[in-house]
Design a protein around this ligand. Structure first.
Ligand code: CP3
Length: 343
C-alpha cells in the first residue's frame, strides 16, 4: 500500500515531529506566475472556470515551495453564482453580487442540485489535479460555510460588520433561514461532487463566523457546519473535513466534537498555547501564523514559526497561516517559513 500522505496522517490524528504545511490563498497575487496565468485567462472568474488554467495556478505554489497540500483554485462565491446570483469582481476592490433582501429574491434562486450545471468546470479542475499532483501532495476541495456565503448574498459585497445579513436574520427570519437551508443543501451537493472528482479533504470557510454571538453562533455557524459534515460523512465516510469558524474565540472550544469536523482551523487571534490546551485536546488543529509575517519576514517570522510548532507539538497539527496570504507578501518569506518549520 502507498504510504499515507502527511496531511492525511495529521488529519487522522497522528502527532508528527514536523507537521504538514500549506497556506490559505497559496495560489494568489503575491506570485508573479499567478498574475501571468490570470492575465492569460482574462480575469479572475474566467480563471476559476478554465480547468486547465485553474489547475495550473493550483500547482504553481506546489512547484515553487513544495507544500504538503494543494487547495483547489476556485472561490466560495461560485455557489451563489450557480444558485442564480449575478457575480462580478471589481479590480482592486473585491466581489460584487446581486442581493437577496426579501422573499421574492429568495424565490428567484435555483434549486440546490442546479449548482452542478454551472460548477462542472470546477469538478474538471479537481480531476486534472488528482492526476497531476505529486503523489505525496494531498488535494483539498472547499466551499464557503452557509453563514459566510449568506453575508455576501445579502450585502452584495464584503462588509466590515455583516450588517445586511444580521438585518435579514433579525428582520425576516423565515426568509433568512430558507436562504441558509438552500446554501447548506447546495454546499453538500458541491462538496460531494468535488470528493467524487478526487478531492481527498474538504474545508469549510466560515470567514465571518466571528460576528455571530451566543445562540446565533450555534444556530448559524455550528449547526449548518454539523449538517454539512453529517451529510458528507454519510456519503464519503473516509474523507476528512476541516472547519474554519474564523474568529470564533472561545467558541473554538468543543467545535470539532459538536460538528464532527476532523480538524479545526484557527485564526491568528487565538493564542497557540491556549488552543493546544483547549482545542487540540479534541483532535487535529490547523494554523495559525499571522499572515503579516509573510510581508515582514526576518527573525520575528522565524521565532513565530518555532513558537507555534512547539506549542502544538503535543498533538496532531497542520501548519498554516491564520488567514489568507496577502498580495504584498514576499515569496522569499514563504520559503523561509517552510525552511524554519522543516529544519
Ligand atoms: O489558494 C487558495 O486558497 C484557493 C483559492 C481560494 C480563493 N478564494 C481564490 C481567490 C479560496 C479558498 C478562496 C476562499 C474565499 N473567497 C473566501 C474564504 C477565505 C477568506 O479569505 O476568508 C472568501 C471570503 C472569498 C471571497 C473573495 N474572493 C473575496 C472577498 C475576494 C476579494 C479579496 C481579494 O483578496 O482580492 C476574492 C477574490 C479571490 N479569490 C482572489 C483569489 C486568488 C483574488 C482575485 C484576483 O486574482 O484578483
Amino acid at each position: 500500500m502507498a504510504e499515507m500522505k502527511k496531511l492525511m496522517r495529521a488529519l487522522a490524528g497522528e502527532t508528527m515531529e514536523t507537521p504538514p504545511a500549506w497556506m490559505m490563498r497559496q495560489a494568489g497575487r503575491y506570485l508573479p506566475e499567478y498574475k501571468a496565468t490570470r492575465a492569460e485567462a482574462g480575469d479572475f472568474l474566467s480563471l476559476c472556470y478554465n480547468p486547465d488554467l485553474a489547475a495550473e495556478v493550483t500547482l504553481q505554489p506546489i512547484r515553487r515551495f513544495g507544500f504538503d497540500a494543494a487547495i483547489l483554485f476556485a472561490d466560495i462565491l461560485l455557489v451563489p453564482q450557480a444558485l442564480g446570483a449575478d457575480l462580478w469582481f471589481v479590480t482592486g476592490e473585491g466581489p460584487r453580487l446581486s442581493t437577496i433582501t426579501d422573499r421574492a429574491g429568495f424565490d428567484a434562486l435555483k434549486p440546490a442540485d442546479a449548482v452542478h450545471e454551472t460548477l462542472s468546470p470546477i469538478y474538471e479542475t479537481v480531476k486534472i489535479l488528482s492526476r497531476e499532483l505529486p503523489s505525496d501532495v494531498a488535494l483539498i476541495g472547499f466551499a464557503g460555510a452557509p453563514w459566510t456565503v449568506a453575508t455576501y448574498m445579502t450585502a452584495g459585497r464584503g462588509t466590515p460588520d455583516q450588517a445586511p445579513a444580521h438585518a435579514l436574520k433579525d428582520g425576516n427570519r423565515p426568509v433568512f433561514d430558507a436562504l441558509m437551508d438552500r446554501i447548506t443543501e447546495a454546499t453538500i451537493e458541491y462538496l460531494s461532487a468535488q470528493i467524487d472528482a478526487g478531492a481527498e479533504v474538504v474545508k469549510l470557510f466560515d470567514s465571518w463566523a466571528g460576528s455571530l454571538k451566543g445562540d446565533d453562533f450555534t444556530t448559524y455557524a455550528l449547526e449548518p457546519t454539523r449538517k454539512i459534515i453529517a451529510a458528507l460523512k454519510a456519503r464519503h465516510p473516509n474523507t476528512p473535513v476541516i472547519a474554519f469558524p474564523r474568529e470564533a474565540g472561545e467558541a473554538y472550544v468543543g467545535f470539532a466534537k459538536a460538528t464532527g469536523a476532523d480538524c479545526v482551523a484557527l485564526d491568528q487571534s487565538v493564542d497557540a498555547g491556549w488552543a493546544a490546551k483547549n482545542v487540540q485536546v479534541d483532535g487535529c488543529v490547523q494554523g495559525n501564523l499571522a499572515p503579516g509575517h509573510m510581508v515582514t519576514g526576518g527573525q520575528p517570522l522565524i521565532d513565530e514559526v518555532r513558537r507555534i510548532k512547539a506549542a502544538f507539538s503535543g498533538g496532531p497539527h497542520v501548519f498554516n497561516l491564520g488567514h489568507g496570504i496577502t498580495p504584498d507578501a514576499d515569496p522569499d518569506n514563504v520559503a523561509l517559513m517552510l525552511e524554519t518549520l522543516r529544519a
